[in-house]
Design a protein around this ligand. Sequence first.
Ligand code: TMP
Length: 207
Amino acid sequence: MFITFEGPEGSGKTTQIRLLVEWLRKHAHDVVLTREPGGTDIGNQIRAVLHDPHNTAMDADAEILLYSADRAQHVAQRIRPALAAGKIVISDRYADSTLAYQGYGRRLDMEALRAITAFATGGLTPDLTLYLDITSEEGLLRKQKGGDEWNRLDAESPEFHQRVRAGYLELVTQEPHRWAVIDGDRSVEEVQAEIRALVQAKLDVGD
Ligand code: TMP
């Protein structure tokens, strides 16, 4: 079972994933928790380059290739071996982030992005993608208040972040069976309860 979380900045993904993983482990599931960029040692080195706010000169094509290099390493070294061992893999972001941020946000050619992504992943697609929805304004505000890492992408224009959110909602309509949209503008407990119910339903079907 391969589950991914997606969402704009400040959507609460990381907190929700942590709670979900605690709950799954309590119920004796073997879970690998990982993230993009940075799910491997090599990926963490790539993440540092990608997110360094000083790297303002980064070319948009170089950016997508760096995210994809991280992803190729992640799939090969971490995700595929864990799935082959029968584990549940939960990733904080995956290929849909590329389509949302580089495709809708930066307006790079979608067909090229899909081809690069298919190459990097070898076609590995999540079984379930949980999208935490929040307006870009609210999300960025939350992120600023929370004192989290402020990365190169966060510094993009409000219009960029609005396109990212609209892009996610468009991706959901293209593959509604894979995605679940969760209203992220509620209490941590309410959001977590919905996530657990969705994951439980998927695990029951998979058993
Ligand atoms: P996060 O780890 O705090 O979610 O930050 C990851 C950032 O990287 C976030 O701004 C989204 C961005 N990103 C992309 O632009 N493309 C990608 O393919 C991925 C995985 C992340």
